[in-house]
Design a protein around this ligand. Sequence first.
Ligand SMILES: [Zn+2]
Ligand SMILES: [Zn+2]
Length: 249
Amino acid sequence: MAVLGNPDMLTRKIKLCHINAHITCRLCEGYLIDATTVTECLHTFCRSCLVKYLEENNTCPTCRIVIHQSHPLQYIGHDRTMQDIVYKLVPGLQEAEIKKQREFYQKLGMEVPGDIKGDLCNMKTHLDQRNGDAKSEDPTNKDAGEEKPEEDNDYHRSDEQVSICLECNSSKLRGLKRKWIRCSAQATVLHLKKFIAKKLNLTSFNELDILCNEEILGKDHTLKFVVVTRWRFKKSPLLLHYRPKMDLL
Ligand SMILES: [Zn+2]
Ligand SMILES: [Zn+2]
């Protein structure tokens, strides 16, 4: 959605068919519902489609990378930003989905779960806020993940900075002596993994997972991306946890 970056194009109409490929699920070919993204490669599917697929497979349906040998479901995460975008772009989709879920629970004679009701309310507020703020940082902007072309000599000290608290949540690893750090928002999760591995004298950064809100983060995410899409601008510092990878637990 790079058009957001160009003020002249803010009001330009875009045909839905031109962006359909980015907001549909490859597994069911419908619009994404409960968008869920593979942590490592960032490919997105409906949650139910992906979970069903991963019962029999451990690879990404799009790019075929091995998500995880034995616990692929641990390496996917709800992608609220993507779902917000889909609901915003496809008229009536959110309402239809709410109706479908209500009917589903009613048919079973069950009360509509509170969290669904709550979620939908939150989502509405969230979308409303977005409407008035269309020019703000677009979390889907692919540029966010790219390094700046020219190397700056100040080791990224003039970049936007992010304050982080790195907590250990496993008895198998020890905590850091200094768990509060500040670094460039352009740094990636991989940088943090390498930092922790060095501090803890691990043989490889690959032994670690870093989590935000209990969701494992892909190594290529920038911290800016994590703040925007996972931490969702809650107050500083950004709280991250680390633990051994699933198969080392
Ligand atoms: Zn699907
Ligand atoms: Zn993939």
